[in-house]
Design a protein around this ligand. Structure first.
Ligand code: NAD
Length: 346
């Protein structure tokens, strides 16, 4: 497991931290992280009704608001010392390729949140960007070159979702350049782990593979359908590494208005990912392939040279370890769903 460096923060325990997208996977985990560190004033905001939030942390102010509306963004940012914007309309490849308009419309959230945070006098603003902001021409083949931060330009981002991220990054950079507002930008590479979407259409490959293997075990139908030909490659970053990374990036003066990769460099093909889950479950399945299903770019990895040089750290939870925890969590969720209990979904 990763050893996490101590983070030095000029943040008082009663300074107000605002986390948007807090009903979702990463936002919910970040709220719990700051709460467990002893920060006493956290405002968690999400569009979803409260009962649908993946995590509800006791003692945290939890608000249901649509942050694509300017007035709501102003309300959400009021009194904030730090703002972490993790709200976006997003999902796995199945969602991103089909719902480009929804993805693009997330520009409204960042546009209003950054302005509201600036006007509220917040000290720092964090934006969750994505590896989908990178030039897709560099990601055609499975023998993925690791993407370094400068590879976003010349720009040819993922249509819809990736362009929105690139544009919102630019907002963050210009708010710093023109107005001196301290912004921080991380490009996440496929975050996975417990408390994320695992069924319903927005789930990503690691959760989808766990669910499919659990379904095969449960139903006795020992086949698994893989999107594409399974040779497409990715790296997957465990949620604990992600939330620690966000904290380190937000509190590093060398990383103001400077996009940085937050991802693992352990590259695997989707076929290898399936083998890992089979191994965890102790089962072997017959694989079928759907070449017409959304599969994204041919290959993508994170170049961690920059993060290592600035933070002397990089996400390093081994995929096998993180997937073990994710599988166990989804297995419990699956059993709960079967038993008619409320579970996390999209
Ligand atoms: P998620 O879907 O679990 O959480 C996003 C949350 O934002 C959801 O709960 C959703 O209800 C909320 N939201 C959407 N529109 C909103 C609105 N108008 N007002 C208020 N809330 C709204 O996704 P996640 O995986 O936790 O992702 C968090 C952030 O990280 C997003 O910006 C996403 O683009 C980025 N990101 C995630 C990954 C990943 O692998 N999970 C990779 C790259 C980037």
């Amino acid at each position: 497991m990763s050893d996490y460096p101590v983070v030095v923060r000029d943040l008082n325990k009663d300074d107000l931290i605002v986390v948007t997208g807090a009903g979702g996977f990463i936002g919910g985990s970040l709220v719990r992280y700051f709460h467990d560190l002893g920060y006493a004033r956290i405002r968690a905001v999400d569009r979803k009704p409260l009962p649908e939030w993946y995590q509800r942390v006791p003692g945290v102010e939890s608000l249901c608001m649509d942050l694509s509306e300017k007035e709501n963004a102003i309300e959400a940012a009021k009194g904030a010392v730090e703002v972490y914007n993790l709200a976006a309309d997003m999902g796995g490849m199945g969602f991103i390729e089909r719902f480009r308009i929804e993805c693009l419309r997330s520009i409204l959230i960042n546009t209003h949140m950054i302005e509201a945070s600036y006007r509220a006098g917040a000290k720092r603003y964090f934006f969750s960007s994505s590896a989908c902001a990178y030039n897709t021409d560099l990601q055609k083949t499975p023998d993925a070159i690791a993407l370094k931060e400068s590879d976003a330009y010349p720009a040819m981002a993922e249509r819809g979702y990736g362009w929105e991220k690139l544009m919102s990054e630019m907002f963050c950079q210009e708010y710093h350049a023109e107005r001196g507002f301290e912004t921080h930008i991380a490009r996440f590479h496929n975050i996975y782990g417990p408390n994320g979407t695992w069924y319903g259409g927005r789930e990503k490959a690691p959760a989808a593979m766990c669910r499919k293997v659990i379904e095969a075990e449960d139903t006795g139908d020992h086949t698994i359908e893989i999107w594409g030909d399974g040779t497409q490659t990715r790296s997957f970053c465990y949620i604990e590494d992600c939330v620690h990374g966000i904290d380190m990036i937000m509190h590093c003066d060398k990383l103001i208005a400077t996009p940085i990769n937050l991802g693992s460099k352990e590259l695997v093909s989707i076929n290898e990912l399936v083998s890992i889950v089979e191994d965890i479950a102790g089962i072997k399945l017959n694989r079928t392939y759907d070449p017409t299903a959304p599969k994204g770019v041919g290959g993508r990895n994170s170049d961690n040279t920059f993060i290592k040089s600035v933070l002397n750290w990089e996400p390093s939870t081994p995929l096998r370890d993180g997937m073990g925890k994710t599988y166990d969590w989804i297995k419990t969720q699956y059993a709960d769903l079967k038993a008619g209990k409320r579970v996390v979904h999209d």
